[in-house]
Every structure is written in structure tokens, then in C-alpha cells.
Design a protein around this ligand. Structure first.
Ligand SMILES: CC(C)(COP(=O)(O)OP(=O)(O)OC[C@H]1O[C@@H](n2cnc3c(N)ncnc32)[C@H](O)[C@@H]1OP(=O)(O)O)[C@@H](O)C(=O)NCCC(=O)NCCS
Length: 151
């Protein structure tokens, strides 16, 4: 899985979502909900990255919600400065534009914080990132900065 480079100076706007769907930073007292969601649907490493993201104020993890239900999350500027990820949408909530909206909302925050380029760390669905934000794969970037990580 390569890293991918994203120009932040030509980002498209965050798309509008269907009524009732909201993207916003997670709040400290929601940590247990987010960490449980990440553990159930994804991986222990992503739980760790969300934990670090939650330590910033505002948190460097955006969440997608419907009412009081968590549907997805996206971290930015966490494991390495300027990196996007991890991100995930609950399996039953995919295909509604949440993954794209979380991605673009997080990239706009990176842009607002002064980065000209963002990096998608260890991009799984390369085509998703190419389509949604014009990301290009960085040559020889796998395993890149993640080499030698403890398992
Ligand atoms: C990748 C993921 C976040 C996408 O979330 P989503 O809410 O289903 O995506 P969206 O509904 O916003 O899709 C936006 C567009 O990307 C496309 N897309 C979505 N997932 C895609 C994929 N895996 N590959 C290629 N295109 C994809 C959609 O078809 C849609 O295209 P359209 O705008 O032309 O209709 C979600 O599938 C997921 O959680 N996957 C598992 C975790 C993961 O792989 N995270 C990324 C790690 S780097």
C-alpha cells in the first residue's frame, strides 16, 4: 500500500450530505464510543491512532454521525505531520458519500493549518483517493515511514 500525495491548493469543496448526516470533530467524552467503533470494525493500530488524535483540542479526528449514531471517522495530522488517516465508515453506511466528505473535510483542515500538500498514509483503496481528491501514488513509499513497526 503506497502513500499518496494530495495537492491541497486545488481541493474540491466538501460535498453536501443527505439531511441528518453531520461531519464534525469528536469530543473528549465521546472517546469510548469512537474507540469501541474502531476496534469492532477496524484494527488495534487504528484504535491507537484515534487515541492520539483525541488528545488534540479540537480533536484531529472527524466523525460522521446521524443523530447519536457514529457512522465513520477520519484522522489527520496524527501519526506523521500532514498525513491523512486512518479513516473508516461502518460497513452498513458505505456508499452514501461519507468517506469522501470525511476525507475532504480533513484535507481542508490540513490546508487551513498551513500544509500545501497532504499525504494519504498507506493508502488502501488507491482509486478512491485518486478519484475523490486527485491523489497520486508516491513511488517506493511502501512500507515507507511505517517500516519496522511493531506488530
Ligand atoms: C474507503 C471508505 C472509507 C469509503 O467510504 P464510503 O463512505 O463508502 O465512500 P463514499 O460513499 O464517500 O464514496 C465516494 C466515491 O468513491 C467511490 N469509492 C468508494 N470506495 C471505493 C473504493 N474502495 N475503491 C474505489 N472507489 C471507491 C464511490 O463509488 C464514490 O464514487 P462516486 O462519487 O463516483 O459515486 C470505506 O469503504 C471504508 O471504510 N473502507 C474500509 C477502511 C479503509 O479501507 N479505509 C482506508 C484506509 S487508507
Amino acid at each position: 500500500m503506497p502513500d499518496m500525495l494530495v495537492p491541497l491548493y486545488t481541493l474540491p469543496p466538501v460535498p453536501a450530505l443527505a439531511e441528518g448526516l453531520v461531519i464534525r470533530p469528536a469530543l473528549p467524552f465521546e472517546a469510548h464510543v469512537l474507540l469501541d467503533f474502531t476496534a469492532r470494525h477496524f484494527s488495534p493500530k487504528w484504535v491507537d491512532e484515534c487515541t492520539v488524535a483525541l488528545a488534540a483540542r479540537p480533536a484531529k479526528v472527524l466523525i460522521a454521525t446521524q443523530g447519536t449514531t457514529l457512522l465513520g471517522f477520519a484522522c489527520y495530522d496524527v501519526t506523521f505531520r500532514g498525513f491523512f488517516g486512518p479513516t473508516g465508515v461502518a460497513p452498513e453506511a458505505r456508499g452514501k458519500g461519507l468517506g469522501k466528505a470525511l476525507l475532504l473535510a480533513a484535507l481542508h483542515r490540513l490546508r487551513d493549518e498551513g500544509f500545501a500538500y497532504g499525504v494519504i498514509g498507506g493508502a488502501g483503496p488507491v482509486e478512491f483517493y485518486r478519484q475523490t481528491c486527485g491523489a497520486i501514488a508516491i513511488p517506493d513509499s511502501d512500507p515507507g515511514a511505517y517500516a519496522g513497526a511493531l506488530v
